[in-house]
Write a protein that binds this ligand. Structure first.
Ligand code: IPD
Ligand code: CA
Length: 273
């Protein structure tokens, strides 16, 4: 059955309401003290009680507000809802992006919530748990923070570009990513590894970094921040015309895209384990 989905602004309104409550819970739980609840892919890939509690809260809120929608989350997967129906909505949530920062009390972690319709992200919000900064976007409606429409960097010289990136949790992957970054860093202004992919994409959306790339992102790392970045004018793709995804995400203003893409392709940035 084809069901008509709400408009992107309607989905964004729901996303913002849910993400604000979720960020408030994450903030409160951080103040109460945080510890590792479990590890996932490696011993450094941690999950805290807050990751689980915040995702549970988001799932419950969405079940109340949008009972027929599907949800994909980092901690509980898609198990509770199954796939989205034809033409239906799927929510994609990272309850805490930047969990290691959260654990260490570093103010660079966020709730990320996006709404996808027919496989396309149409609304997204990223809210910094520590600072309250909040980025939103709708497909075709622009990217916004604090009432200001966002535009990406106008830098045209890769040599002057501040480039954010991140590393995965598995040692072999990190070793490959370190080799790539070692070869890239002589050709850019500098590198930033801040520790939350969704926020990196949002900073790129307002030119607080010029570009961003990373291998190994999951759907919940990319969904909301990727829309914010695209709506601010960045090109967000993988290598050689492939879509952005686990192999590689490159988010760069049009003038920087080609030189950054060329460097990353030459360095086999999507390769390795
Ligand atoms: C991680 C962060 C980090 C990035 C990793 C992600 P998590 O997400 O976004 O910056 O480099 O690839 O897995 O584990 O904190 O939700
Ligand atoms: Ca996470």
């Amino acid at each position: 059955m084809i069901r008509s989905a709400p408009t992107p602004p309607e989905l964004l309104e729901i996303a913002v309401t849910v993400a604000r409550d979720a960020a408030a819970t994450a903030h409160r739980m951080r103040a109460e003290g945080v510890s590792v609840a479990a590890t996932k892919s490696t011993v450094t890939d941690v999950v805290t009680a807050a990751d689980r509690a915040v995702e549970r809260q988001v799932l419950d809120a969405l079940r109340t507000l949008r009972p027929d929608d599907a949800v994909l989350g980092e901690e509980y997967g898609a198990g509770e809802t199954g796939p989205a129906a034809d033409g239906g909505v799927r929510w994609i949530v990272d309850p805490i992006d930047g969990t290691v920062n959260y654990l260490y009390g570093l103010p660079y972690c966020a709730v990320s919530l996006a709404a996808e319709v027919a496989g396309e992200v149409v609304a997204g919000v990223v809210r910094n748990v520590a600072t309250g900064e909040e980025w939103t976007a709708t497909a075709g409606g622009g990217a916004w923070r604090a009432g200001e429409r966002l535009r990406c960097s106008t830098e045209t010289d890769l040599g002057q570009a501040l480039v954010a990136t991140g590393f995965g949790y598995a040692a072999g992957r990190r070793a490959h990513q370190a080799r790539v970054v070692a070869e890239l860093i002589p050709h850019v202004r500098d590198i930033r590894r801040m520790g939350a992919a969704a926020l990196d994409l949002c900073l790129a959306a307002e030119g607080r970094v010029d570009a961003y790339y990373e291998k190994g992102l999951a759907a919940w790392d990319l969904a909301a921040g990727g829309l914010v970045a695209r709506e601010a004018g960045l090109l967000v793709t993988g290598l050689a015309g492939r879509p952005a995804g686990p192999d590689l995400v490159i988010a760069a203003p049009p003038a920087l895209f080609e030189p950054l893409h060329t460097r990353l392709a030459a360095l086999d940035a999507s390769g390795g384990p």
